[in-house]
Design a protein around this ligand. Structure first.
Ligand SMILES: [Zn+2]
Length: 327
């Protein structure tokens, strides 16, 4: 098919994105068991950083290659007058790339809309609550559903139901709110949105979801650690708050961009066990060196790639590859 310049450029961009992203995502999938093993041996905070990096680096690098190499090489080295044909393979790869993006953008937009709608309803149905020492805005919901969560991405607020407020002691409530504050400090809802926005390497196949699940688990653990700050009394208090809220009934996941105090029942025993066992001190004393080493190795590989990209010969080689890809 003969295609005009701009259409060919678009086709090449999506096709090269798809191929590079697929290759890097397959590498990340292959490395997932090793990444999870390293995450297990380090602190929860370092684990969340490592897992998020492993999840998002294929996307970051693919965007860099497409925007920093493919686009400039095509714009600089491809004469506008040439009427090249676009081959079937290139067209299919471009469609897969465009479809992967369309799915992830729709997913992220829908999640944002549902979360905004939930917050709007909370403000309509609930009452603003002021608690001494709590810097985040609080919304109190009437009713028996157990809700304690941080909702919203840009201006997050804590949503709390009357049932939870009634069942927790002042100390338990304070540590539980500290847990939600910790999610706010580490922008976990924004990270959730980024994970939704990162396309699946093959449309409709969630190849990287193991990293997402592990990240979510360690994000809870890291928020627990930050909330108790190594204090045994606070650890016990948070553990008992978790158990009390669990007894109120199963936690409803009301909106997608929310960090609930209790996200899933199956995580409850592991979290309570951790809090009771060590006053969280055991976890914090584990060295984050392995995760730092892994991150440094990836950063070094990234710098090397950047250095190669900045070589003058690189653009013409990329152009050569693109010529083959488009046919
Ligand atoms: Zn949480």
């Amino acid at each position: 098919m003969n295609a005009p310049y701009l259409l060919r450029l678009l086709c090449l961009s999506f096709a090269s994105f798809f191929l590079v992203y697929l290759a890097l995502a397959l590498l990340s999938i292959a490395a997932t068991p090793a990444v999870i093993r390293v995450a297990k041996r380090t602190t929860p905070l370092a684990a969340t950083r490592l897992l998020l990096f492993a999840r998002l680096f294929p996307l970051g690098l693919s965007l860099l290659v497409v925007l920093g190499l493919c686009l400039p090489s095509y714009l600089l080295l491809e004469p506008e007058a040439s009427a090249e044909r676009v081959g079937l393979a290139c067209l299919l790869a471009a469609l897969a790339g465009a479809l992967a993006w369309a799915i992830s953008i729709v997913r992220a937009v829908r999640a944002s809309a549902r979360s905004l709608e939930y917050l709007r309803r909370c403000r309509g149905l609930g009452a603003d609550l002021r608690l001494a020492g709590e810097p985040l805005p609080l919304c109190l919901l009437e009713g028996e559903t157990p809700v304690l969560a941080l909702a919203g991405v840009v201006r997050p607020r804590i949503v709390l139901s009357r049932a939870v407020l009634r069942s927790l002691s002042a100390e338990q409530l304070e540590t539980a709110l500290s847990h939600e504050r910790a999610h706010s400090v580490s922008h976990d809802n924004l990270k959730r949105l980024l994970l939704l926005l990162a396309p699946d390497p093959i449309p409709f196949v969630h190849g990287l979801s193991a990293l997402d699940r592990q990240w979510a688990k360690y994000a809870e653990w890291a928020a627990d650690d930050r909330a108790v700050a190594g204090d045994t009394r606070r650890s016990l208090s948070l553990a008992s708050a978790l158990v009390r809220i669990a007894r109120l009934g199963s936690p409803a996941r009301i909106a997608p961009l929310m960090a609930s105090l209790l996200a899933a029942d199956d995580e409850l025993s592991a979290r309570v066990d951790r809090l009771l066992r060590s006053g969280s001190a055991g976890a914090s004393s584990r060295s984050p060196r392995r995760a730092a080493l892994a991150a440094a190795a990836m950063a070094a590989a990234f710098s090397l790639l950047l250095a190669v990209m900045l070589q003058p010969a690189t653009l013409s080689s990329v152009h050569h590859i693109l010529e083959h890809l488009i046919r």
